[in-house]
Write a protein that binds this ligand. Structure first.
Ligand code: MN
Length: 232
């Protein structure tokens, strides 16, 4: 089976409960659709857990996209205050932007790691794929965090930039691929359709699975083979 889990936002407890619920075997694959970190308070712990699970594959969200840029800059500092004081120019701007992403606890926990711990997080983030193309249960799927900016149906997905996937604005009333489902997180389904608050959106060949985990909502997962939905 192939499962996709939506935006976790640092809530390791919900991730643990979901993994218990799905109980993937060695033959199953679990994709985690980005925005794994920030807002909640166990982001670093969550990444450390995920990196040792051989069947869990992370997809890049804008929070990880930013972490990937900012963490290498922080490696030499012992506190966020020190980093703030000493970083300059573009790097300082990047760090300030990062701090506006509810990343305080993530930053603190990252800085408390030893050198090896920091390196393993930076290495892991560099493995995150901006999109995945997969088949399951006779259907085809494109997985990415936010959607696809500068979209053209015939354009190969490898021709887009990372930014096109992590910062995309998706039109959920439009079909993107005639023969494939577009699976996204990023936009809480309550924003797409208020009546779907806390539920997966599945119309017009979309599967939108951010059910507001991190904002008091639920964490959702979908088994793509059966289009079966799970919540915790
Ligand atoms: Mn996002």
């Amino acid at each position: 089976m192939i499962y996709v889990i939506g935006d976790i936002h640092g809530d390791k407890e919900k991730f643990d409960s979901m993994m218990e619920k799905l109980s993937p075997t060695d033959n199953d694959t679990v994709f985690v659709l980005g925005d794994i970190i920030n807002i909640g308070d166990s982001s670093i712990e969550l990444l450390q857990d995920m990196m040792y699970r051989p069947n869990v594959y992370p997809v890049l969200g804008e929070h990880e996209y930013m972490a990937k840029k900012v963490f290498p800059l922080l490696a030499e500092f012992s506190s966020a205050d020190e980093a703030h004081e000493k970083l300059q120019g573009e790097n300082k701007e990047l760090f300030e932007k990062w701090l506006k992403m509810k990343s305080e606890k993530t930053t603190e926990d990252f800085l408390s790691l030893d050198e090896e711990g920091k390196e393993s997080i930076i290495d892991y983030l560099s493995e995150f794929e901006p999109f995945e193309e997969i088949s399951a249960g006779g259907k085809s799927f494109v997985l990415c965090h936010a959607g696809i900016n500068n979209f053209e149906e015939d354009k190969d997905l490898s021709e887009y930039d990372e930014e096109d996937f992590v910062f995309a604005k998706t039109d959920y009333s439009t079909i993107y691929f005639a023969d494939r489902y577009l699976v996204t997180g990023h936009t809480p389904t309550a924003v797409i359709d208020r009546s779907l608050t806390g539920k997966v959106y599945s119309k017009k060949r979309h599967l939108a699975i951010d059910c507001g985990c991190g904002y008091g909502g639920r964490l959702a997962a979908v088994c793509l083979d059966k289009l079966k939905v799970y919540y915790v």
